[in-house]
Design a protein. Structure first.
Length: 311
């Protein structure tokens, strides 16, 4: 094979099909039009895309042409994607080609291409947002965003997308995966996530993450927490120990949250009797002069009915 490459024997290399032969043909293609033509005939051969990527790393145009043609073909896209290294900055020039290829790919092939695209960092975000906006590419995009190759910038794509992009089970599962791994996503969920999304997250996040989520909810600019009361009840039921200090701090300091917290504590499923620090705040609220009549009444009732075992 080395002799054939040294003699520029394109025909021999073309007949002896192997990855090493395609690599040799690729090196010849840098200067030999016959080698370029031989490689062009082998569309659908994964080894050709391996050779084309090597050509791209050498700065040779034929490699880019072969890769772009493959990324635009639904049949060739998965073969080419398999030969491209995630998180390699030399891939950034193919971001637009990946986006276009994903629009016509089957879902599972599109997801692999999204994983590669999302590994590129900030430059991939506009492409990912457009893919999330399109219903036809949304499922593949959310599946691809669950990849371990996704960068922190790409994890934020679902938080920046329109609300419709966060309604499917696949997209929610990916978002919760990101929230568990990335504090920025978790903070967004608490600060601005849709109530239905927060409610769904309660079933998936581990208790320390769930406590952090409610810290962000209580500190958020949300005007009312009424829609989140069912989620708060479920959280108290699942993670009373982790949430107790968070709720105990919120009751005296976050006025707009008090009524919703007390309504949640009224529910039997909230297990208020296990929230010792929270229960200790209730007598102060029930006698507080600066507290509304509604809150005083609720605090007294909850303390007497739900906190009796811990009082």
């Amino acid at each position: 094979m080395a002799e054939a490459e040294a003699q520029k024997d394109v025909s021999w290399l073309d007949k002896n099909e192997s990855r090493a032969a395609m690599e040799a043909l690729g090196r010849l293609a840098d200067h030999e039009p016959k080698a370029v033509a031989a490689l062009a005939k082998r569309r659908g051969n994964q080894d050709v895309y391996h050779a084309a990527w090597q050509a791209h790393t050498r700065g040779v145009a034929w490699g880019d042409d072969v890769l772009r043609a493959a990324l635009s073909s639904p049949a060739e896209l998965p073969l080419a994607v398999a030969e491209l290294p995630p998180r390699d900055p030399r891939l950034e020039g193919f971001a637009g080609d990946l986006e276009m290829g994903i629009t016509s790919a089957r879902t599972e092939h599109g997801a692999a291409a999204v994983s590669l695209l999302a590994s590129l960092g900030p430059s991939s975000q506009p492409h990912l947002l457009r893919l999330l906006e399109r219903p036809a590419t949304r499922e593949a995009t959310c599946a691809g965003l669950a990849s371990p190759h996704v960068t922190p910038d790409s994890r934020l794509a679902l938080t920046l997308a329109p609300p419709d992009a966060r309604t499917s089970p696949t997209c929610q599962k990916t978002l919760f995966l990101h929230a568990a791994a990335d504090t920025k996503v978790l903070d967004w969920l608490g600060n601005a996530g849709e109530p239905a999304l927060v409610t769904a997250a309660v079933e998936t996040l581990e208790c320390p993450k769930l406590a952090h989520l409610w810290e962000r909810v209580f500190a958020s600019p949300r005007e009312a927490l009424t829609d989140l009361e069912p989620a708060l009840i479920a959280s108290m039921g699942r993670c009373s120990s982790a949430l107790d200090p968070v709720i105990a701090r919120a009751l005296p300091s976050v006025r707009r949250a008090r009524a919703s917290i007390l309504h949640a504590l009224e529910a039997e499923a909230a297990h208020a009797e296990q929230l010792e620090a929270t229960c200790k705040q209730l007598p102060r609220l029930s006698h507080g002069r600066a507290v509304s009549e509604e809150v005083r009444t609720l605090a007294s009732s909850v303390y007497g009915v739900r906190c009796k075992t811990s009082s």
